[in-house]
Design a protein around this ligand. Structure first.
Ligand code: DX5
Ligand code: ZN
Length: 234
């Protein structure tokens, strides 16, 4: 498994966004997570394609755009044009999920499917072979700084089983309430991409915070790897 740390700019100081991203990058951020909210699907408003285009100019780290919006199909081409490398969409707003996944891939991007905490894992069943990654929301989407929902741990495990059953090694991304204390639990359950907002950008030293998160996550990742290879050898 390959651990990737994805700092979420939602918790950054928007007046100093370039400096915040540079600090995360120095700390070894693998992705920059951009939370797009429309005030309809979630009760909050954030940013659109122009901000993604601006960020694209100041970092080489791939941009991971999380669309918490109704009718994402309308905006996917604009986010692709702005420089997103990965886009995730919520199953809760998409009656024709296959079409949306195909659209993201046709634009040359990685396609992710996101589930809110109350959405069952089974809603992924028919697309499990097609997704490039699955985003398991570990808080209710809309705001940073919330507490990790414990039930998410078994959900991550169930999503991993579903993907493995479909023969798809696509990674699981977790988002919400992840810090040095909770990262071990999600990584042990099978999460590989870790979104972290407050625990990175509300820290006095975001660069060190990214490093500390990775170090904490790697301990759990190594243990999981050993446990899995032990099972294969047995
Ligand atoms: C919440 C967003 C998250 C948010 C996570 O709806 O999708 O990406 O930034 O923030 P923290 O890490 O503070 O819970
Ligand atoms: Zn997010």
């Amino acid at each position: 498994m390959s651990l990737r740390i994805a700092p979420s700019i939602l918790a950054a100081d928007f007046a100093a966004l370039g400096a915040c991203i540079a600090a995360a990058e120095r700390g070894g951020a693998d992705l920059i997570h951009v939370d797009v909210m429309d005030g309809h699907f979630v009760p909050n408003l954030t940013v659109g394609p122009p901000l993604v285009a601006s960020i694209r100019r100041v970092t080489n780290v791939p941009l991971d755009v999380h669309l918490m919006i109704e009718d994402p199909d309308r905006f996917i081409p604009a986010f692709a044009e702005a420089g997103a490398a990965l886009i995730s969409v919520h199953v809760e707003v998409l009656p024709h999920l296959n079409r949306t996944i195909a659209l993201i891939k046709e634009l040359g991007l990685k396609a992710g499917v996101a589930l809110t905490p109350s959405t069952p894992v089974g809603s992924l069943e028919e697309v499990a072979a097609d997704v490039d990654f699955v985003l398991v929301m570990t808080v209710n989407p809309g705001f940073g700084g919330q507490t990790y929902i414990r039930r998410s741990t078994s959900k991550v495990r169930a999503v991993r089983e579903l993907l493995d059953g479909a023969g798809n090694p696509a990674p699981i991304e977790v988002d919400g309430g992840i810090d040095k204390r909770t990262i071990g639990e999600v990584v042990s359950a099978g999460a590989e991409w870790i979104v972290a907002g407050s625990s990175v950008f509300h820290s006095p030293d975001p660069e060190a915070a990214v490093r500390a998160l990775r170090a904490a996550g790697e301990v759990a990742a190594d243990r999981r790897l050993q446990a899995r290879s032990g099972r294969r050898d047995a």
